[in-house]
Write a new protein. Structure first.
Length: 150
């Protein structure tokens, strides 16, 4: 699995809005500027997040973006799926006709391993809420069971 810039920027944009949940609407350009993202790229990602019901938007000179739901109700899996469209692509499921060995009727002992990995990745991402990331890195590391960096 590789986290693409689409997925990473999607999380960055959503987290930016979560940090400013009590503020007025935030423009895509402002998010891009403050997070050092390409403006057009950020706008495209925000559009994907809006289509997925993660953010809401208002048009006009005083318009912008806000979270559509509380950060406690938004999972990383939702954000990655909206930004990237999939969280982990199992090649033989996504492109079964590219190779005879990937055809649905072909016996493949590798396919169940990739499918299990996809399920576990999705489970981990489903268990992390956007609100969980509103703290310092140290607290997130402790929460997910990783060593705390000195």
């Amino acid at each position: 699995m590789r986290i693409t810039t689409w997925a990473e920027y999607g999380v960055i944009c959503a987290l930016h809005l979560a940090r400013r949940a009590d503020a007025e609407l935030v423009s895509g350009r402002e998010i891009a500027e403050r997070e050092h993202l390409p403006p057009d790229y950020a706008e495209q990602i925000l559009l994907r997040l809006r289509r997925a019901g993660i953010v809401s938007s208002v048009r006009g000179s005083r318009g912008g973006y806000a979270l559509a739901r509380p950060a406690t109700d938004i999972t990383l899996r939702e954000i990655l799926a909206a930004s990237e469209l999939v969280t982990f692509e199992v090649h033989c499921d996504a492109h079964p006709l590219n190779h005879e060995r990937c055809a649905p009727g072909h016996d493949c002992s590798i396919r169940p391993v990739w499918q299990m990995l996809q399920r576990r990745i999705d489970d981990v991402l489903e268990g992390v809420r956007l609100a969980d990331l509103l703290v310092e890195e140290r607290a997130v590391r402790e929460q997910v069971g990783l060593p705390v960096l000195q």
